[in-house]
Design a protein around this ligand. Sequence first.
Ligand code: ZN
Length: 375
Amino acid sequence: MLQGGVSIGRYFGIPVRLHWSWFIVFILVTWMLGAYYFPDSYPNWDRATQWGIGAATSVLFFASVLAHELAHSRVAQAAGMTVKSITLFVFGGVSQIGQEPGRPSVEFRMAIAGPGTSLLLGAAFWGIFFATRHSVEPLSGLAYWLGYINISLVAFNLIPGFPLDGGRVLRSILWWRSGNVRSATRTASDIGRGVGFLFIFGGIALIFLNRSYWLSGIWLALIGWFLDNAAVGSYRQVALQDMLQGHTVSEVMSRDCQVISPSTTVEQTVNDYILKLGSRCLPVVEDGHTLGIVTLNNVKSMARELWPIRTVREAMMPLDKAKSVGPNDGLSKAMQLLNDEDLNQLPVMEGNSIVGMVGRDNLLSFIHARAELGM
Ligand SMILES: [Zn+2]
């Protein structure tokens, strides 16, 4: 959902990006502040000050959101997790963290760090407001609004619906008490869905009850819809991780490997191995050394008329470039690698030799079978 965007550098080694939808809210917030909020609150300021302070406030608002996300990410890093990126988008910020927290205490600290940071920022901005309100009015006006918005961020994020921070706090407590991450996530994400629906109905009610609030109504309903989607998606992801937990690649991999020589033509490989034997594990071996693997993608990316004249040496994925897993690696690791690298299958390596292949289809049939048996 949040692919693409503009990079604005790295902080603590974490790449930070602005999603395209961020630019829309940035312009809206700046415009709302410069054209309405500051002119209404401080009619004595000149236009340039109203717009200048409006733009500065808007930039600091998004810096506050970034500080909130960085706090989550720093705690995750301290717990040994990898943070892939932080993206600012229309509804705030998201930290893309490589794995789910392994213990309830880690989850609790990670979840509380964000609102904790926003609370400190809110207090600091209100401190600046009180210190400067009789001396430097533009600074105090900026600080007042930022204090207010940071405290609002705390209140919103502490709503106890997963995947909001409050929902994560709730999940960590349920998880700590029951030891069952899946049922804890189920409860917290059900509450998240409930909150999402309340926002949607509240938004629609607002549109009908008071026409002048139609934009706020639409906004509220959109946030509700986003929350509902996020709650469903996060539960599915956790349920999936939980299902794969404790199972290894060797349980699902295909072992029907057919060794082929590098001089075999692509046409021969397709006819004799892929179509006739239905084999998906095709290591290319010469003098006992594995040189690479042939996958359906390698074959498909070559023009049909070249198949009779090109050899698998030219078509294969060289072993040193191929990502691989071991037979004793966890299924969730295999799943993550397939997703991260956008691959359909991975070679399973033991030492220097290929002992099988694991693909999305192997994982899917594993998941389907267990889902059907209700496990
Ligand atoms: Zn947060």
